[in-house]
Write a protein that binds this ligand. Structure first.
Ligand SMILES: [Fe+2]
Length: 244
């Protein structure tokens, strides 16, 4: 059994196209998507088209998906993409669940408790997110009975085996390698350190689940041009370098 795990596409159609090509090569039994599909300055209509044709079995709603339906909750990224959101996208987002269970897998966008918290990462004194303490990670996993837990949101890929054997995987972000938090958290940054698109595959081998993290290079030029045209400087830097 093999599952491909996508997350945080953020409207980056070129990155998604490259990832879907890579996914196809690995012949998964199912594809799941952990949300934040469209928000940002990029080509969300083409991203939606690609996603609709990708054969995704389960998608959970990200905080940015939720915000696209609620003007009061929109931040700067949501406001950039909101004018392009179609009725069909709106209906699709409205039907997404906050969490989902597929076979032995638990899916959420950020944590089992909410869609904005950090699970595997935490901000440190210098305002940069790094791996969280095991005690904090285990506390958020406490109410989840599934052996494999999937989360996105921080855009940083991680695979952690909890003592006792449970597995938590964040596949990283397909379309956005890093971000600066909006004010009042504006000095905080999260980044992957690579401009490549990130996703994961899970394999059940002999009754045990294991994960592989994949970085897929793609031509970032068109996305960088779109971000530059919108004046989204943090996007330009993150797409170019993976650093902020
Ligand atoms: Fe995101």
């Amino acid at each position: 059994m093999r599952i491909a795990v996508l997350s945080d596409i953020h409207g980056n159609a070129d990155a998604l196209e490259a990832v879907l090509r890579d996914v196809k090569r690995r012949s998964p039994d199912a594809i799941v998507n952990l949300g934040d599909c469209f928000s940002g300055p990029l080509d969300i209509l083409r991203a939606h088209e690609l996603l609709a044709g990708a054969g995704v079995t389960a998608t959970v709603r990200g905080n940015h998906d939720r915000a696209l339906l609620d003007p009061a909750a929109m931040d700067s990224w949501d406001k950039m993409s909101a004018p392009q959101v179609t009725e069909a996208m709106r209906d699709w987002i409205a039907a997404l669940p906050a969490t989902a269970v597929l076979d032995e897998l638990f899916l959420c966008h950020a944590t089992p408790q909410d869609d904005t918290g950090y699970w595997l990462d935490a901000y440190t004194g210098d305002g940069i997110a790094r791996r969280a303490d095991l005690v904090a990670i285990e506390a958020k996993a406490a109410g989840v009975p599934q052996r494999v837990m999937l989360c996105g949101h921080t855009h940083v890929a991680r695979m952690l085996h909890l003592p006792g054997g449970r597995l938590i995987v964040n596949p990283g972000s397909i379309g956005s390698p890093g971000y600066v938090d909006d004010p009042p958290r504006g000095t905080r940054r999260v980044f992957s350190g690579s401009p490549a698109a990130s996703y994961a595959t899970l394999d059940r081998i002999g009754g045990r689940w294991t994960a592989s993290l994949h970085l897929v290079p793609y031509d970032t030029g068109p996305a960088i041009a779109l971000a530059r045209a919108t004046g989204a400087d943090d996007w330009v830097q993150a797409l170019e370098t993976g650093w902020l």
